[in-house]
Design a protein around this ligand. Structure first.
Ligand SMILES: Cc1cc2nc3c(=O)[nH]c(=O)nc-3n(C[C@H](O)[C@H](O)[C@H](O)COP(=O)(O)OP(=O)(O)OC[C@H]3O[C@@H](n4cnc5c(N)ncnc54)[C@H](O)[C@@H]3O)c2cc1C
Length: 303
């Protein structure tokens, strides 16, 4: 696509960040599945992103923003698009006691440790959610009874017409694994969070170690996955339904239902998009036929 070549030249000529043209979704997602992408773009600063985004929009080039690729299943086909990764935007700025302006590309675990080391509590759950802060906001990620929305005050994002807009958390339709961004597809660039000082300064770091241990003991963190595959339907746990259907350990080629946690569908090495989708659809069909339950996939599926 000529427009993508123009974009690459535009970024390079104006020093707007780094470009890579030899990557596939297999390289940039934790599931390690997916076809080649035409262009992978890493802006260095927010200004770089705003300027290059205007170029993308003007030339009508298809694009996708990703974080760490920890919640994505991509098809094995060729993606003629620009994949934007914000991982160079990772500043944390303290605004006031307990208030921090955080850029979207920071790794969740780094943010959790940064807060905990200063004695701030409420951000510990982020240490067990692989990925970036921006990806966590998009997904309203959560663990152990806390969701990202619980510490957010405001989010700033680029709208589809290139404007930078800030909205308070109540305007962003957060619910279980859902945010407004899934409907409007804006680019989250930073957010204001509020956390509080723990009564005992060492408590947050100790809590992080406990959460990590619990997670490691119950989930297959050593295998390629994208975390839990299905959302928990109202009043049920998805893993329980999958277990009752007899799928624990079931395989289609290298796509497998984890033995350790049956809501984790894992790639044992060479699983393809087709293998994983067949497994997902088989489980969904059985859940519907046998229990009249509609299982909804939590992953972002790119086809
Ligand atoms: C081992 C493992 C354990 C996990 N455990 C949990 C868990 O306990 N709780 C939980 O909630 N999730 C969990 N997950 C899923 C995943 O970590 C979360 O969904 C995480 O928030 C995804 O962040 P990411 O940066 O990797 O986003 P990506 O996977 O890169 O992207 C996910 C979606 O967010 C969009 N997106 C990313 N960044 C931006 C941005 N800046 N602006 C706009 N859109 C953006 C992408 O376009 C995509 O649609 C787990 C995953 C793994 C692999």
């Amino acid at each position: 696509m000529k427009e993508i070549t123009d974009f690459i030249n535009y970024v390079n000529n104006n020093y707007l960040g780094e470009i890579k043209t030899n990557l596939s979704f297999k390289d940039i997602t934790t599931l390690k599945i997916g076809g080649q992408i035409a262009c992978y773009y890493l802006p260095k600063t927010l200004d770089d992103l705003v300027v290059s985004y205007k170029f993308l929009k003007k030339k009508q080039i298809p694009y996708l923003v990703i974080g760490n690729g920890s919640n994505i299943l991509a098809s094995d086909k060729y993606f003629e698009m620009v994949v934007i990764n914000l991982k160079k935007l990772k500043q944390i700025t303290q605004i006031d006691q307990g208030k921090f302006l955080v850029e979207a590309g920071i790794n969740n675990n780094r943010l959790a440790l940064y807060l905990a080391k200063q004695g701030y509590t409420r951000g510990e759950f982020l240490s067990v959610i692989p990925g970036t802060f921006g990806g966590a906001i998009y997904m309203n990620a959560g663990a152990y009874q806390t969701e990202i929305k619980d510490i957010l005050k405001e989010v700033t994002y680029i709208t589809s017409d290139g404007q930078l807009v800030t909205k308070v958390v109540d305007e962003l339709a957060f619910s279980y694994r859902h945010s407004h961004f899934q409907d409007i597809k804006g680019i989250i660039v930073n957010a204001l969070i509020e956390v509080e000082l723990a009564k005992i300064k060492t408590f947050p770091l100790e809590k992080i170690y406990t959460l990590r241990k619990t997670k490691k003991n119950t989930q297959p963190l050593n295998l390629s996955s994208a975390g839990s595959t299905f959302k928990n339907p109202l009043s049920y746990e998805a893993w329980q339904i999958i277990d009752n259907l007899g799928y624990r350990g079931f395989k289609i080629h290298d796509a497998m239902v984890s033995m350790k946690h049956s809501n984790y569908l894992v790639n044992m090495g060479n699983a393809t998009y087709e293998d994983m989708m067949r497994l997902i659809n088989l489980i969904k069909t059985d859940a519907k036929n046998q229990y009249n339950i509609e299982l909804e996939c939590e992953w972002e599926i790119l086809n």
